[in-house]
Design a protein around this ligand. Structure first.
Ligand SMILES: [Zn+2]
Ligand SMILES: [Zn+2]
Ligand SMILES: [Zn+2]
Length: 143
């Protein structure tokens, strides 16, 4: 479990009851240093409790709707799930390796985003910005 985040409290603040399944899915996502696919989350959760795939997918959907988890696009058919930015976690860009298909978190300060400037040139209301950098990761480059 992330040393800082209180997942029960995060669920409560999103108006969601802290059931065992929801807590476990949130913990698995929060524990990991990079975003996970739904399959990876399912595989990890079922190691510690009996649960079926449909339930995990339903919980994921609920956590995304509740704003606790972000669904990150790889640009293709794959999606990844990471903890949504909160009081303790700043928004940050992600890196997608198009060779091994893994997604990594980049440091929040690795790309400077000037939202104020963006808001000046864009007449609508900006609610969320997702930045994904694509390329080939270091591990794949070394192969
Ligand atoms: Zn945390
Ligand atoms: Zn790679
Ligand atoms: Zn991330």
């Amino acid at each position: 479990m992330c040393q800082q985040c209180n997942y029960t409290e995060l669920l409560a603040r999103a108006g969601l009851e802290a059931t065992g399944h929801r807590l476990r899915v949130l913990e698995v996502i929060g524990d990991n240093t990079c975003p996970l696919s739904a399959q990876e989350i399912f595989d990890t959760v079922r190691r510690s409790r009996p649960i079926n795939r449909v339930t995990v997918y339903r919980v994921l959907e609920m956590l995304v709707q509740g704003g606790l988890v972000d669904r990150l696009s790889s640009g293709g058919r794959a999606f990844f799930y990471g903890l949504a930015p909160n009081r303790l976690h700043a928004p940050h860009p992600h890196f997608f390796c198009r060779r091994c298909g893994r997604m990594d978190c980049l440091r929040p300060d690795s790309i400077a985003l000037d939202l104020k400037k963006l808001q000046r040139v864009f007449p609508g209301q900006i609610e969320n910005v997702e930045v994904r950098v694509d390329g080939i990761c270091r591990k794949c480059l070394q192969k």
